[in-house]
Structures are given as C-alpha cells and as structure tokens.
Design a protein around this ligand. Structure first.
Ligand SMILES: O=C(O)C1=C[C@@H](OP(=O)(O)O)[C@@H](O)[C@H](O)C1
Ligand SMILES: C=C(OP(=O)(O)O)C(=O)O
Length: 408
C-alpha cells in the first residue's frame, strides 16, 4: 500500500490537535493497572497504547504485543510481579529481534520466573507471575532506558520497594525522568543519586487520582520539519503542549531554531513559525536523549540542502528497524551522500533531490512520517503508509488539513 505525495505548498496558517504522548500513556496505563483508582485523560490513540490496554485487561494466556516496544518491556515487569498470573508474551518478527535480556536478567535478580521460548535474549517469553520480595538490582543503562522504566513502574508494588543501580553511561535519560516524575505525581516517593534509583513501597491509595497526558512531542517533530521546509511566514499551531514538558523530544523547540523555526508557547498550544532561513550550511546535534527525532532532523537537513552530523545514535539499531541503515538506504535513493557508524550519521550537502522516489518504511512509523515533509520539495512515494498508526493514526489526515496533496 503506497501513497503518492505530490509536490505541495501548505496553507500559511493551520491548527492541529495531536493525540496524547505514547510514552506517558503507556506508563500511566501500567500504573492504572496497579492502582485502579487512577484516572487518565487524553490517552494516546496509537496502536502501541491500544495494545497496552488490551494486554492489561486480557484473560488470555498468550498476548501478542506486535511492534510495541514499551508495551513489551513494561508488561514483562508487570506480569513477572503479578502473583498467580502465567502468560506468554510474543510479538512481530521484528519484536522477536529486539533485545530484552537486560530486563529479564534484572527481574531474575528479583526472583522472577521468566524463560525464552525461541531465541535467547529476545521475545517471545514465558512468565510465571510471583510475589517478588527481593529489592536490589543492578543493570546496564546504556542500551535502553525502557528496561529501567519497566522496573520503576512496578517498584512501589514490591514488598520492599526497589533499589536500582545503573551501570555505565545512561541512555535516553529524559524517559527515566518521565517515569520518576509520573511516579512522584501520584505520590510514590523516589530518589535518583549517583546512578542509584530508590523507589519506596506504597501500600496506601494514590495522592493524585487523575492525570492528563500531554500531546506527543515526537509526533510534533514532523510539523517542525514541515514548517522548516516551508516559506518564511508559515505557521502551524499544535495542541495540547506545555513549556514544562516531561518529554525529552520537547528539545525540538531549541533544535529547530537552527532551521529558522521559532516556537511560541501559549496556553496549551505551541505555535511553530518559520521566521528566517537557516543561517548555517551545516548543523550538529547530540541525540543521546532524544533518539526518536533523529530521522526527522536528517530529512529536514536533506530537504534544506544542509550538511548534518548527528551523534548519540547507538540505540537506533534496536528500534522498530535498524534506523541508521534504513536512513542510509532511503536517503541515498533520494541522491544523498551519507556516512553512518554504530552511533553517528553524517549527511553531506545535497543539492538535487531525485524525484518520485519510493521510500521503504521497514515497519517503522517514523520512517514514513519523517520522509513525508519532503513533498514540500519534490514528489515522493511512501510505501506501507499505514505504518504510521503505531504512534499517530491520523497523521495523513492532519497532513491533508495542512494542504498536502496526495493520492493513495
Ligand atoms: O520509555 C519510552 O517511552 C521510550 C524510550 C525510548 O527508547 P530507548 O530508551 O530504548 O532509547 C524511545 O526510543 C521510545 O520511543 C520510547
Ligand atoms: C522506538 C519507538 O517505540 P518503541 O521502542 O516503544 O517500539 C518509537 O516510538 O520510536
């Protein structure tokens, strides 16, 4: 299923409301399963959050988590600590390649009973839920923050709370801080000092019984790219966002200044304004704490004819696809010269874009959404365009609202 995007010019002013953060939603859905009195507003309508909700309410013994990484990791910890519940967690063929060994080993340290039913170190896994009484765990923190968040989310329901010692350089720190902040908001006490995180056990009711999810900043990145690739004076208003965000991808407001995009915070919205052209022919960003916007930024640079050097990309190879290889493949099709290493991407200045290139998306929603803004510069085809529903089911409808012209 492909979508043909025709070279477009978008309306000068548009307003878009984006669904709740997938990351915040999946954390709060797990906390709601532990504390049923918790009410959540503006839950994400993404596939990944729907999968999370279904798994938490299902009575099945085998749960298919499809492509949802946070759901797989968070649910592994949840079911490991759910006494008397035996489940098998499986997923897409890609999910069966996404490592979970660090989390399983950490849960084994707590006394959990988890085994691999196919390849060692990856889903599918079989879990025999138990009352976990041990509370000290050490785990590597340089592969995925999701393993750490998974443990933190169940910690307050453990008999003696949790003491987590993180080894090595911590990656995707904002996601750990998001988890801790949400725990604090509902009254669960935590500390985070010198690579050690402590969470107190909580047996009484929550302090706060209703939380509202902020809209998804990772989804907002595609509109930053669209405004950056549009004429000076273009404005797009996005709702509902706040200046003090829990989401690390809110760094977009700073990053896109380099592309001439100003962010004006007002009420529960952000106004993205193209105020000037890029002042420099080259940009450099360290994305260790915001890996999900790497694809967006690389494509913005291609569209603007800028050179870019992105670092801190070591987690990209174990996401929905190996995003470094996927980016190299698809950017080269468009005429780009690009070098990648284990954790960096260098895009050289590209003057001419090849027209009508069919962009493969590798079952990765962010490949489809990151490349769509190129339709402001040339005709482009996106393959398997429905992949966007993993995080943003209404993405194409919203692009149509902006004035993009396309045919399916
Ligand atoms: O905790 C989360 O909600 C997420 C953490 C990040 O993964 P890593 O910590 O593996 O980088 C990010 O890529 C993912 O989209 C969501
Ligand atoms: C990596 C992502 O999600 P997950 O790890 O939850 O599959 C993403 O949304 O870019």
């Amino acid at each position: 299923m492909t979508i043909q995007l025709h070279k477009s010019v978008i309306k000068e002013q548009s307003n878009i409301t984006i669904t709740g953060s997938k990351s915040e939603s999946n954390r709060l859905l797990l906390l709601q399963a532990l504390y049923p009195e918790l009410k959540i507003n503006n839950v994400s309508n993404s596939d990944d959050s729907i999968v999370m909700q279904k798994a938490l309410t299902s009575k099945e013994t085998t749960l298919d988590i499809h492509h949802a990484g946070t759901a797989m990791r968070f649910l592994t910890a949840y079911f490991a600590s759910k006494e008397g519940r035996n489940v098998a967690l499986t997923g897409s063929s890609r999910m069966k390649e996404r490592p979970i060994e660090i989390l399983v080993d950490a849960l084994h340290q707590l006394g959990a009973e988890i085994s691999y039913t196919e390849a060692y170190g990856c889903p599918p896994i079989r879990i025999q839920g138990k009352k976990l009484t041990k509370h000290k765990v050490t785990l590597k923190a340089n592969v995925s923050s999701q393993y750490i968040s998974a443990l933190l989310l169940i910690a307050s329901r453990l008999e003696n709370g949790l003491e987590l010692t993180l080894e090595g350089k911590i990656t995707s720190i904002p996601y750990i801080n998001m988890t801790l902040d949400l725990l604090n908001q509902v009254g669960i006490q935590t500390t985070f000092e010198n690579q050690v995180i402590k969470v107190n056990s909580k047996k009484d009711a929550l302090k706060t019984e209703s939380l509202t999810v902020e809209s998804d900043w990772s989804s907002a990145s595609y509109f930053y790219s669209i405004v950056a690739l549009s004429p000076i004076g273009t404005e797009v208003k996005l709702t509902s966002y706040k200046e003090e965000s829990l989401q690390g991808d809110s760094v977009l407001a700073h990053i896109y200044i380099a592309f001439g995009v100003k962010t004006v915070f007002g009420g529960d919205s952000i106004l993205l304004k193209k105020v000037e052209d890029s002042k420099s022919n080259t940009v450099e960003f360290q994305l260790n704490n915001s890996p999900d916007i790497a694809q967006t930024i690389a494509v913005t640079c291609l569209g603007l004819g800028l050179k870019c050097h992105l670092t801190g990309l070591h987690t990209l190879k174990i996401k929905e696809t190996d995003r470094l290889v996927a980016l190299q493949n698809e950017l080269q099709k468009l005429g780009a010269t690009i070098d990648i290493t284990e954790d960096t991407l260098t895009l050289h200045k590209t003057v001419t874009l090849n027209k009508n290139v069919a962009i493969a998306t590798y079952n990765d929603h962010r490949m489809a959404m990151a490349f769509a803004p190129l339709a402001l510069k040339t005709d482009v085809i996106i393959e398997d365009y429905r992949v966007v529903s993993k995080s943003y089911p209404t993405f194409w409808d919203d692009l149509k609202t902006l004035g993009f012209k396309f045919s399916k």
